[in-house]
Design a protein around this ligand. Structure first.
Ligand SMILES: [Zn+2]
Length: 126
């Protein structure tokens, strides 16, 4: 059996849902949700509201801790290649045509379908 994790939402226990209400009659409390898997915020939050609560409360601190972006980053021509495909009815069987598009220079280069599907194949230098 997988281990149960607590939702990290700071206010999770304050939302009135039946699944949060636990304990014996006379000593019931609303409690932070606990689950084997959660689908929000990298598996840390039970729902979008708890994820947003966390960010509202701690987001600034987290961004400052891990490094606030203080100037524009630049995506140059060398890294502006984007995989695309289009239907071309002049080709055999009307197959999809795969290609790389440089989104700055608008240059196009042909791609094979396997290169298109290979997430490691790239023209970008990054
Ligand atoms: Zn929650």
């Amino acid at each position: 059996m997988s281990e149960l994790k607590f939702c990290q939402g700071p206010d999770c226990h304050t939302y009135y849902t039946q699944d949060r209400l636990k304990g014996m009659k006379g000593s019931k409390t609303y409690q932070t949700r606990r689950r084997s898997s959660m689908y929000y915020g990298g598996g840390n939050f039970c729902d979008m509201r708890c994820q947003n609560d966390w960010f509202r409360k701690y987001g600034d601190q987290a961004v400052n801790h891990f490094g606030r972006i203080t100037e524009a980053k630049h995506l140059t021509e060398d890294n502006a290649w984007d995989k695309r495909y289009r239907w071309n009815y002049e080709r055999n069987n009307g197959e999809a045509e795969h290609y790389y598009l440089n989104t700055i220079t608008r240059e196009q280069r042909p791609l094979t379908e396997s290169q298109y599907n290979d997430s490691n194949y790239t023209l970008n230098e990054r």
